[in-house]
Design a protein around this ligand. Structure first.
Ligand SMILES: CC(C)(COP(=O)(O)OP(=O)(O)OC[C@H]1O[C@@H](n2cnc3c(N)ncnc32)[C@H](O)[C@@H]1OP(=O)(O)O)[C@@H](O)C(=O)NCCC(=O)NCCS
Length: 322
């Protein structure tokens, strides 16, 4: 018996993001439910969101983002030996999305699985991908966070339909270029609390997302900044050295409250929610891709990711921009 040989450190090689073409504004929603642009902007911070077209599947959305990240990495599809799709909104429990996405992208016979940690999914998937590369069970991993929340929303429920949206973001994870290079993905700090499972849930296949908004808000604004700081500590990174903080895009007021408590006033804070809504496991890689595309982040920048959601599950890690 032998063990596989891995890499001492891992890094992100490239990102990619995808949003469906259809823009839904707050005024559009005010035609459907008793709400207003002013209420949504002031309580949640969203101005518009993207919703998948009727023929656009979760695999389509995931493949679009995964394809962009793969192309940006410069790797050939053959170089990918594991595909992980973080999602909590598949059309059906089987087949998994990851194998379909891999085939569509020309990645032949990789390991492929879906991972459900709800809105925390991308950071969980990044952690498991990084561990696989370190352990030598994979060399390059395509990690995708993809959601089609629109199919699990009651469009007559004003407490949820104004929040959630569709989209996908992806990253290619691989070994550091040289064994002595500093790692580009820090240790994950993750956890969960099943006592709060009833705060956000979908009861069964005929139901829609239900949440206790105020309870989630209270939890997120009080429990998460210590997790964020712990992830910095685990990576040996002083919050003062962060170039950016990218928390899950759940609610602008939650984002601002956690950012204030983090104690990294110099860090740019992702506010992708304004035009993307809450896209669950897609929100962090979408925000990362957008910030990198708009040159708000540069190579070598240290960025803190913090994901949280139903479960309740949460995860945080520091990464370096490729
Ligand atoms: C959902 C959320 C926006 C609600 O905001 P809130 O300030 O807590 O509002 P409340 O639930 O206390 O409701 C206040 C009033 O607004 C009403 N309201 C709820 N949704 C509304 C909407 N879309 N438009 C207008 N009014 C609305 C309520 O019915 C209530 O009316 P009432 O006072 O007459 O009973 C907020 O709690 C939230 O964002 N929580 C976190 C949820 C989250 O992030 N979930 C995902 C985690 S991954």
């Amino acid at each position: 018996m032998r063990l596989s040989e891995g890499s001492p450190g891992t890094r992100i090689l490239a990102f990619g993001g995808y949003q469906p073409a259809k823009v839904v504004t707050n005024d559009d929603l005010a035609q459907m439910v008793d709400t207003s642009d002013e209420w949504i902007r002031s309580r949640v911070g969203i101005e518009s969101r993207r919703i998948a077209g009727p023929d656009e599947s979760l695999a389509d959305i995931a493949s679009a983002a995964g394809g962009k990240a793969l192309a940006a990495s410069g790797l050939s599809p053959d170089a990918i030996d594991l595909v992980v799709v973080a999602t909590c909104t598949p059309e059906s429990p089987i087949p998994n999305i990851a194998a379909t996405v891999a085939t569509r992208l020309g990645i032949a016979a990789p390991g492929a699985y879906d991972l459900n940690a709800a809105c925390a999914g991308f950071c969980y998937a990044m952690a498991t991908a990084s561990d696989a590369v370190r352990a030598g069970t994979a060399r390059h991993v395509l990690v995708i966070g993809a959601e089609k929340l629109s199919q699990w929303i009651d469009w007559t429920d004003r407490s949820t339909c104004i929040i959630f949206a569709d989209g996908a973001g992806a990253a290619v994870v691989g070994p550091v270029a040289e064994p002595d290079d500093p790692p580009g993905i820090g240790p994950v700090v993750w956890g969960s609390d099943g006592n709060l499972a009833d705060k956000i849930y979908i009861a069964d296949r005929n139901s829609f997302i239900v949440q206790e908004g105020q309870a989630v808000f209270r939890w997120a604004t009080t429990a998460l900044h210590p997790i964020a700081r712990k992830a910095c500590e685990a990576a040996g990174v002083d919050p003062a050295d962060l170039a950016a903080f990218i928390p899950h895009q759940a609610n602008l007021r939650i984002i601002e409250a956690i950012a204030r408590k983090l104690g990294a006033p110099q860090a740019k804070v992702a506010t992708d929610i304004v035009t993307a809504g809450n896209t669950s496991s897609a929100s962090i890689p979408l925000a990362l891709s957008r910030m990198a595309e708009q040159n708000e982040l540069g190579s070598g920048d240290l960025v803190l990711l913090l994901a949280f959601g139903a479960g309740i599950s949460y995860a945080a890690q520091v990464i370096t921009i490729p």
